[in-house]
Design a protein around this ligand. Structure first.
Ligand SMILES: [Zn+2]
Length: 256
């Protein structure tokens, strides 16, 4: 994501570096200012060590801040100890806390209901807020915690699977959130297999018609240009590259 002139890679899942280099235009990892991890599940963190190496040129050019929940660093850590000294700082995420990164400021929400320590984020972009609702089981208090005019939401499940405990949002949850949220633009991403088979762009079109909100289904490599929305709010131009948001989840993966 490039927000307020700050380059931040969020949730570098498997293939993050390959995607950066394959992207058009190419995304240069050495230009990153930081890496933000919402939680340690491998589909979000698989390439975090690779990205730290790439950002810092193998530790040769020490830079950047890595933001991560404590359990990604301590218990069964996904961030290897040897790469930690490559970055300027490792910032441990706590719930309901605000963090600066250059000109950018973002805050965490309450800890999500997910099987590992998980936080979603609100990015302050001038007078506009961009909310990123990462993996979680649905609970009603979620909605008020994401006040952004733009809301990015991870949606894995088409429907709940009875008798199976899966800590992800389903389409039923999304419909409910769309009814309640004040967001004007909602981007759905991180789809499970059944969502992908059901053609997310068609689902998004139906949801737009039903709710009157602009609902967009993310695709690999899609760039969300929030320029227009930002201009309405009198703020700077920013871009969100959705390759960095981990589009692909897995319905079969249980609690990932
Ligand atoms: Zn997860």
């Amino acid at each position: 994501m490039s927000l307020q002139g700050v380059n931040l890679y969020m949730d570098p899942g498997p293939g993050a570096l390959v995607r950066c280099l394959a992207s058009k235009p190419k995304l240069d990892p050495t230009k990153l200012d930081g890496i933000l991890l919402s939680h340690k599940h491998l589909d979000h963190s698989g390439d975090i060590n690779v990205m730290i190496e790439a950002m810092t040129e193998g530790g040769y050019a020490s830079k950047g801040i890595v933001f991560a929940p404590q359990d990604a660093l301590e218990d069964d850590p996904v961030i290897l100890r040897y790469v930690r000294s490559y970055v300027d700082k490792i910032e441990i995420l706590r719930e309901k806390t605000s963090y600066p990164l250059g000109n950018l400021r973002f805050s965490t929400v309450q800890k999500h209901q997910h099987s590992v320590e998980t936080y979603g984020f609100n990015f302050q972009l001038g007078r506009t807020t961009l909310s990123y609702l990462t993996d979680t089981k649905f609970y009603p208090e979620l909605i008020d915690q994401y006040p952004g005019e733009i809301l990015i939401m991870n949606v894995v499940l088409m429907t709940e699977i009875p008798g199976r405990k899966i800590d992800h949002l389903s389409l039923t949850d999304v419909r409910y959130i769309l009814e309640k949220t004040k967001a004007k633009v909602v981007v759905l991403t991180h789809f499970g297999m059944r969502m992908l088979q059901a053609k997310p762009w068609e689902i998004a079109e139906r949801l737009s018609a039903e709710t009157g909100k602009k609902v967009i289904a993310a695709r690999d490599g899609m760039t969300l240009d929030i320029d227009e929305i930002m201009k309405e709010q009198g703020a700077e131009i920013s871009q969100v590259n959705l390759s960095s948001l981990g589009e692909r989840g897995r319905e079969t993966g249980g609690n990932k």
